[in-house]
Design a protein around this ligand. Structure first.
Ligand code: FAD
Length: 419
């Protein structure tokens, strides 16, 4: 990549910010990543990393550390809430690796975070640095911090999550509450051995709720998450400890496997789910956004972090060979390259939430019929999209949706929206 040293300030040391820092450091830029927390940490929960993102992580040389902590599920199943009937069964690894050249991982978020952190030298990381705004200049941009300090850079990347301070300087919007709350637990796999092995991602669909579980931490823990309706939280409510009794009450009538997991859990975390509308512009001058700061999405396609990781690589490509005075054009090119795919996944994530939680009836039966037709091929547009080589021309972006197949006919249309 470039020999030009562009001074880059990455605001936020989450999955997106740390990936961007690694990509840009490897390209030879001068990078400093500013994180508001005094200590880098992630919530105790799992994450699925699709091959569109693991491909990037492998290109960063992280396959080896990931192999030590990540799980490679052998199948992805969608099941019915009460009987456990399998509505869709797709192969996982190694078929996914063969088809897409990269695996489907499930892992503990803290493990992914630690792997990403290890690739960023201490000198490039400032902890306890809360950015409060940016001041644009013709030749540089100044990031301002809560302690009164400032940092001059050629580029500022807002990777500061769904409540981004940097986004505030670009758009007058706010996070939208989805009406859903996620309840997340981690259970020692030894307490539910039959459900943890062989490693499988299982998504359970039912009226008004859906649930997912998969193994993490080398298979020693099972991550279980439910999404269920909830009243709008108090304004400042964010992640907090939940009550197991509430989660169990939400499982009334659901399959015994789900009760077994919840009964084996010690504590629960509750997280109200938010997203934000797609932005008309996600940058200005020498400032741009990345990951949840740019396009936060509901977790129902398991793609928020994956899109942040894709962003990071594309940003690196756009800044390749660019001199400090040419960065604004490179940032606009990056934003155009990413806008369509990210906005599409934001929309599809909302739609998945509705499809997953249909009440039993005609529309649910129609959905289940189509789910039976799902194949890995249905996800080529998502997992086969290779940001390391895809054209940066937005007109040639991927078109998404769950594609389905009946006999030998593959629909070119995504799963209908109006089911
Ligand atoms: C329940 C749930 C399940 C999910 N499951 C998946 C999944 O399976 N797969 C997937 O791909 N995605 C998943 N996601 C989405 C994923 O978690 C996010 O998209 C991803 O974490 C976004 O990363 P980020 O780095 O952009 O933002 P964040 O992870 O929010 O990181 C932002 C960082 O910026 C810091 N920060 C904030 N403000 C400032 C400031 N002013 N100054 C300095 N630092 C600041 C924060 O402390 C934080 O460290 C899920 C989300 C939820 C809620």
């Amino acid at each position: 990549m470039s020999k030009q040293r562009v001074r880059i300030a990455v605001i936020g040391g989450g999955i997106g910010g740390l990936t961007a820092a690694q990509v840009l450091l490897r390209a030879g830029h001068e990078v400093t990543c500013f994180e508001q927390a005094a200590e880098l940490r992630e919530v105790g929960a799992g994450i699925q990393v699709g091959p569109n993102a693991s491909r990037v992580l492998h290109r960063l040389g992280l396959a080896e550390p990931l192999a030590k902590v990540a799980v490679q599920p052998v199948a992805i199943e969608i099941k019915r809430w009460d009987t456990g009937r399998v509505l869709s069964a797709m192969p996982g690894n190694p078929e996914i690796s063969r088809r897409y050249g990269a695996p489907y991982y499930t892992m503990h978020r803290a493990d992914l975070h630690a792997v990403l952190r290890a690739g960023v030298p201490d000198a490039a990381l400032r902890l306890g640095a809360r950015c409060v705004g940016v001041t644009h200049g013709a030749r540089e941009v100044i990031a301002r911090f809560a302690d009164g300090s400032t940092h001059a850079a050629d580029v500022v990347i807002g990777a500061d999550g769904i409540r981004s301070q940097i986004r505030r300087s670009l758009a007058d919007d706010a996070p939208r509450f989805s009406g859903q709350v996620a309840c997340r637990v981690l259970v020692p796999a030894a307490r539910v051995p039959a459900l943890a092995s062989p490693p499988t991602v299982r998504i359970w669909l039912g009226p008004g709720h859906h649930m997912v579980y998969y193994p993490v931490s080398g298979g020693s823990l099972l991550n279980f998450a439910t999404a269920m309706p909830s009243r709008a939280p108090a304004a400042e409510s964010w992640i907090h400890e939940g009550r197991r009794e509430d989660a169990l009450a939400g499982l009334a009538g659901w399959h015994e496997d789900l009760h077994a997991i919840m009964n084996a859990a010690e504590g629960t975390l509750e997280l109200p789910l938010y997203d934000r509308a797609a932005l008309a512009r996600s940058g200005e001058g020498r400032v741009t956004l990345l990951g949840d700061a740019a396009h936060p999405m509901l977790p129902f396609f398991a793609q928020g972090a994956a899109q942040a990781i894709e962003d990071a690589w594309v940003l690196g490509r756009c800044l390749e060979g660019v001199a400090p005075e040419g960065v604004a054009g490179a940032l606009r090119r990056y934003e155009r390259a990413r806008a369509r795919r990210a906005a599409q996944l934001q929309r599809l994530s909302v739609r998945n939430g509705k499809l997953f939680q249909l009440p039993d009836g005609l529309r649910q039966r129609g959905r289940d019929l189509l789910l039976r037709r799902l194949s890995l091929e249905s996800f080529d547009w998502l997992y086969g999209y290779d940001v390391t080589s895809a054209p940066l021309d937005p007109e040639r972006g991927s078109e998404g949706g769950w594609r389905w197949r009946i006999g030998r006919i593959t629909s070119r249309r995504p799963l209908p929206e109006g089911l």
